[in-house]
Design a protein around this ligand. Sequence first.
Ligand SMILES: Cc1ncc(COP(=O)(O)O)c(C=O)c1O
Length: 386
Amino acid sequence: MSETPPIPLCEPYLRGNAGAYLGECLATNYVSSIGPFVERFEREFAAHVGARFAVACASGTAALHTAFRLLGIEKGDEVFVSTLTFIASANPVLYEGATPVLVDSEMSSWNMDAGRVIEEIEARIRSRRKLPKAIEPVHVLGHPAALDRLVELCDRHGIVLIEDAAEALGARYREGPFRGRHVGTVGRLGCFSFNGNKIITTGGGGMIATDDESLARRARHLTTQAKLPGVEYDHDEVGYNYRLSNLAAAVGVAQLEILPECLARKREIAARYQKAFSGVEGLSLPPACSWADPTFWLYSVLIDPDTFGLDRTALFERLRAQRIQSRPLWKPLHTMAVYRDSPRLGGAVAEGLFARGLSLPCSVGLTDLDQDRVIDAVLSHRQRGR
Ligand SMILES: Cc1ncc(COP(=O)(O)O)c(C=O)c1O
């Protein structure tokens, strides 16, 4: 008897010209970070998101770290960052010796609670305390963070807004002051990831998007070891080997060509889950605010154990037994040993989301048949109980 095939959570979708473009790199010997695909990927990415400049980096983490260096974040500075996120949002703050202040989520989008941030800034102004140097909202799981009030706050008080858009390529604003704009292009700098699980991948890679030419120029300099032009190995500051390779960029160009297809499929998968799960007691659907155009990069539901009849760990195990991969949401940073002593803002919304949230399979290549298998597995204990 053949074994039931596994259903992965979110695997790469490497169709189109990736192989052909990689072949070009091999045939021409342009494999390292010097090569035509790097610039082409930057140009086409910038055009896609609507930024003036894009700088390709070795990873999303490298992009964020470079961004903090560009902004001069250093010891003694604070950066407000979402607590419900992958650890790489905050680690680069620590790389620079600065202090991350971990902000709770709001329930409506699962993103940084802007109201809580505003309250804190106003309280600090009243008591003449130091303001954070930067605010770093994360567009978590592909849902845009509400930025209108944060942009206004940052502009008013000289705070820099830097967007962690690692998970949100393709997400835009539908309404409001940023209507039509792509996430990652509202703040001074926006950072993206092309890690293997992201909506498009380069194996590993990242991008900084900005409208500021001098920041883009300096980002290119810092990510290439801060080497000065010329044949001598002369460097004017401490830089990094953070540039994306031509090989990875070749895959990136091919992936960008099929991004519309990937986004359409993600949204179709979300719509099918929504249809199957709407009205199921104890199962809440992921956020989809009316002003936002989310990508549903990782399709995630919230489970209320009392009414659903299983908690998220039991559902995880039940799916695993059927060879279906699922994952809890991000563990809030403030609950981890590394960040336990970091200052915090807000209550326990992120902890509640973590306790109840589960991401379900949503690879671009997921078939309807496999998705039906997931849906049946999620609902099976209820059908049996009827
Ligand atoms: C929110 C967030 N920030 C940063 C990163 C870091 O990106 P990378 O893995 O490309 O370094 C990731 C994902 O990997 C992420 O999900």
